[in-house]
Structures are given as structure tokens and as C-alpha cells.
Ligand binder design. Structure first.
Ligand code: JF5
Length: 242
């Protein structure tokens, strides 16, 4: 998998790629991350990339010629993705779809926005959430983080991505490690019992409990067994009684 990040702040993005799992994946040749400065595509000696908005108003707008020439210089790509709060919401299924591609170009806007004509030169616009960042860099890195871990070999143990939150369509079950008691808080007994079947059942129930409490919206899209539905029914009844 190759990623090309187009940004006005390459020095913000580059260091993120030089640590931890991303660095290891690059070193192993599993992924490649190119970071390119949009300003290198400016036309004038002052390297101007933005200008005043037509129609007036506050702030500056990124020029379409500069941004589109930066994109075109990095083609071909399977996807050209503009990060913007106005985009399609990013989620795990989209991460899985993108992780199967060979080259993603990620375009990070800054300032008050990008000239709307750039939309005609991207394959999709993506939002990582309903908030406004100061620029698309963190959103581009979020897309890289979410997709690179799905590239075969990037995570050591393939179990760790099959079993995590959202691969079930549910939130993760709670995890515990040593010590067995911390400031009066004990590890649930079932986890130290050695009964693998009981552990699996408890984890599934706790994942359902957490999802019901924190993100009931996720239950509609989750794959639920008859047993799951029975537990949820019990949990909901328990909730009603306080
Ligand atoms: C940006 C105009 C881009 O704020 C974001 C963002 C939020 N979710 N996903 C992306 O990107 C930066 C801000 C304003 C265009």
C-alpha cells in the first residue's frame, strides 16, 4: 500500500510516520508513505497557495490550480481523498475498503477552505467526525492509521484485528492485566478461572453491555445471535428497574 499526503505542513505529518507500527511497516516494505508540500506547486516566486474568497468574507481559500497540479503530479492513484468535515463519514467498513487499494492520495486542506472546483478532481471527500480541525493533516493520519493496520503483516497477530471493536460491530469487551487487585478494584473472577468457554461468553456479554450503554446506535448494524438478543433483553429490563 502506498499513501501520498498532500499538505502545507509536511513537517507535521512526516514525524508521525517515523515511529511505532507505521515506521516498522515502512521498514518491512509493507507500506510506503510519501509526504508532499502543496506549496511546491505554487506558481509565483512568493509561493502563494491561497487567495481571497470571491463574494467576500473572512479568511483565505486554497487555489484550485495549485492543489490540482499537486494531485496530478502524484497520479495514478486508486483514490484521491479530500479530508473535510463536509465529507462522507469515515468508519471501519470504509477503512476496510480503502485498505485493499494500492495507492491513496490524501489531500489536507487548511485555512478557511479549498476552492470548490477541486471536488471535480478527487474520487471522494471523507470526514473523520463532526468537528472542525485547523487542517486536514490529523484526519489524513487517522485514515492512514485505520487502514495501514488492516494491511496484511502490519499487525503481528492477525487475531488482534479480527477480535477488536467494530470487527464484531460492537464495542470491545473490557481488558485486564496484572495486578489482580489495584486500589481495591479486583479483576473479574471468570478471567482467572481458566474456563475458556466461560471467558468467551463473559466477554461477549460485556461487549453487548458496553455497546448498549455507550453506543446503542451500533446495535442496529451488529450481527447478533439469539443468545445475544436474549442477553440484551435482560440488560434492558435490568436498566428499567434501575
Ligand atoms: C478542514 C475545511 C478541511 O476539519 C477537518 C475534518 C473534520 N473531519 N474530517 C476532516 O478537516 C480540515 C477544515 C475546514 C476543509
Amino acid at each position: 500500500m502506498r499513501y501520498t499526503v498532500l499538505t502545507l505542513f509536511p513537517r507535521l505529518v512526516q514525524p508521525w510516520t517515523e515511529e511505532a507500527l507505521l515506521a516498522k511497516a515502512i521498514q518491512r516494505g509493507l507500506i510506503e508513505i510519501r509526504v508532499r508540500d502543496i506549496r511546491d506547486y505554487a506558481h509565483d516566486k512568493h509561493r502563494q497557495v491561497d487567495d481571497y474568497p470571491y463574494g467576500g468574507g473572512a479568511g483565505m481559500v486554497l487555489r484550485p490550480d495549485v492543489v490540482v497540479e499537486a494531485i496530478e503530479d502524484q497520479l495514478p492513484a486508486d483514490e484521491v481523498i479530500l479530508l473535510t468535515p463536509a465529507g462522507e463519514p469515515f468508519d471501519q467498513p470504509m477503512a476496510e475498503e480503502l485498505a485493499a487499494k494500492e495507492h491513496l492520495i490524501l489531500v489536507s486542506g487548511r485555512y478557511e477552505g479549498i476552492d470548490a472546483r477541486v471536488e471535480n478532481f478527487v474520487t471522494r471527500e471523507v470526514s473523520i467526525g463532526d468537528f472542525v480541525l485547523m487542517g486536514g493533516e490529523v484526519a489524513a493520519l487517522a485514515v492512514i492509521e485505520a487502514t495501514a493496520r488492516l494491511v496484511p503483516g502490519v499487525l503481528g497477530d492477525p487475531e488482534s484485528y479480527r477480535l477488536d471493536s467494530f470487527s464484531w460491530g460492537l464495542l470491545d469487551y473490557p481488558q485486564y492485566t496484572r495486578p489482580p487487585e489495584f486500589r481495591g478494584l479486583k479483576v473479574p473472577e471468570v478471567l482467572t478461572s481458566g474456563h475458556h468457554g466461560k471467558v468467551a461468553e463473559w466477554r461477549r456479554r460485556e461487549a453487548l453491555r458496553r455497546t448498549l450503554e455507550r453506543r446503542p446506535d451500533l446495535l442496529e448494524g451488529a450481527e447478533l445471535s439469539k443468545q445475544d438478543r436474549a442477553w440484551l433483553e435482560m440488560l434492558r429490563e435490568g436498566e428499567e428497574k434501575g
